[in-house]
Design a protein around this ligand. Structure first.
Ligand code: SF4
Length: 458
């Protein structure tokens, strides 16, 4: 998962606006952050490991003047978590220099890397993102044509912002798997992974970037072309379940409302006799509120979250994740002697839920009824979410009863596929649900190992 942002404005502080937009997109990636600006075609990039607030300071922002800026927050899905893979990446090609930020995951990056290397092109990173940059930078055609030709070669998921000279470019894969939204700030155009970035800087949402569409913004304004015919719509439904911020609007509807509806539906499908409904904060909270409203059981806080620790799901390795859980939650005395319904958005590896259920019993809960506002995750994501390999997915080869035993809950129920779909109010043929169904809408790679290019830097 990553967050991207882009702006072109001749009279605003584009680096500062990008910095604040990245703050709003911090939840999409916490490994590294970066901003690239162009001033009269002169490119400057600042990127580093860490959170947005750690990477930039006032002095650095003041040293980033320009009229075009792109920004990126990264969580790695191909290539390790190190500086050379931080974005925006810059690639100096035969035809142009480009800075580029990518959210998604290419499923044919291996073949494209081999082709570029065979052509004598040096790749300085191990991420799939540089493949996109290198293809565009090699192509002698005018920029929009080079982007369109590159898109025709790419398979998988990509929502991209790029900067060439004084032109901002944004494009999205033919299925629209990862989000990308277009908006305006006064007379200036902005693009972002999620609309919450617009809210923070005072911009207004216009529309989603269409699947297969290229937008470019130069001195003459905004231009658009449908570079690829729109494929089967496959917007990631997990964005609605968990990834996106609840105050973002995706595909025309607020994420928070979808999550409340998921919780309501869960209460209808899997009621429980209990004294209180609580969430695993913060991701399970809207669904817990929905469950409480539909069931009539009062909603209470049962766990206090330390908000200064990163999201456990998004930490890069298993050991950090384990430590993260202990650092992150503390139960309240409120739950002692109570029968509790605990609502969360999903169970991926199951370690977090197992430890939380134990924690709640130790705090005195007499019954712990776990309710999950999505179906069991049974298959990995190849489109930009580093959730786990199939053998790490707790529900991939277990029944619901086996899962209940594993986490130690009094009862366990998941929301049905139909219930989740209905709650999003999106048609079934417009979304990807592959991690729940194993029905992948686009090609999947031969290897899902995100470190597969780590020894191949040339
Ligand atoms: S496989 Fe799951 S997480 Fe990946 S894009 Fe599809 S719905 Fe989203």
């Amino acid at each position: 998962m990553c967050g991207v942002f882009g702006i072109r404005s001749v009279d605003r502080d584009v680096a500062r606006l990008t910095y604040f937009a990245l703050f709003a997109l911090q939840h999409r990636g916490q490994e590294s952050a970066g901003i690239a600006v162009s001033e009269g075609g002169r490119l400057t990039v600042l990127r580093d490991m860490g959170l947005v607030a750690q990477v930039f300071n006032e002095q650095q922002l003041q040293a980033l003047p320009g009229e075009v800026a792109i920004g990126h927050t990264r969580y790695s899905t191909t290539g390790g978590a190190h500086w050379s893979n931080a974005q925006p990446l810059v690639h100096h090609g035969r035809s142009r220099t480009i800075a580029l930020g990518h959210n998604g995951n290419l499923t044919n990056a291996g073949a494209l890397r081999e082709e570029l290397i065979a052509d004598g092109i040096r790749l300085g990173s191990t991420s799939d993102t540089e493949v996109i940059a290198a293809l565009i930078a090699r192509d002698p055609a005018p920029l929009p044509d080079a982007v369109a030709a590159t898109m025709a070669r790419l398979e998988g998921a990509y929502s991209v912002v790029a900067l060439v000279d004084d032109t901002l470019v944004a494009f999205r894969d033919r299925h629209g798997i990862r989000p990308l939204t277009l908006g305006h700030l006064g007379g200036d155009m902005v693009v972002a992974s999620e609309s919450c970035a617009f809210d923070l800087i005072g911009a207004t949402v216009d529309r989603d970037v269409r699947p297969g569409e290229v937008l470019w913004f130069d001195g003459a304004g905004m231009h658009s072309t449908q570079a690829l015919p729109e494929g089967r719509g496959a917007a990631c439904i997990f964005e609605h379940v968990y990834f996106a911020r609840p105050d973002s609007r995706l595909d025309g509807s607020e994420v928070y409302s979808s999550r409340v509806r998921m919780g309501r539906q869960l209460a209808v499908e899997a009621p429980a006799v209990a004294d209180l409904v609580m969430s695993i904060p913060d991701s399970g909270t809207p669904a817990a509120i929905g469950f409480a409203r539909a069931s009539g059981i009062p909603y209470e806080e049962g766990l206090i979250k330390n908000r200064y620790v990163g999201r456990t799901f998004i930490q890069p390795d298993q050991e950090l994740r384990r430590q993260g859980i202990k650092l992150k939650f503390n139960p309240l005395d409120e739950i002692a002697g109570q029968r509790v319904v605990v609502v969360d958005d999903s169970i991926v590896r199951g370690n977090t839920m197992q430890q939380l259920v134990t924690m709640l019993f130790e705090a005195g809960a007499t019954e712990v009824h776990v309710r999950i506002s999505s179906p069991p995750v049974v298959s990995p994501c190849f489109y930009g979410i580093d959730m786990a390999d199939e053998d790490e997915l707790a529900a991939a080869h277990r029944s619901v009863e086996e899962m209940r035993e594993r986490i130690g809950a009094t009862s366990l129920h998941y929301l049905s596929l139909e219930g989740m779909q209905t709650a999003t109010r999106l048609p079934e043929n417009s979304v990807c649900r592959a991690c729940f169904t194993r029905d992948y809408p686009a090609a999947v790679p031969s290897s899902a190992d995100k470190m597969r290019f780590e020894t191949a830097v040339v």
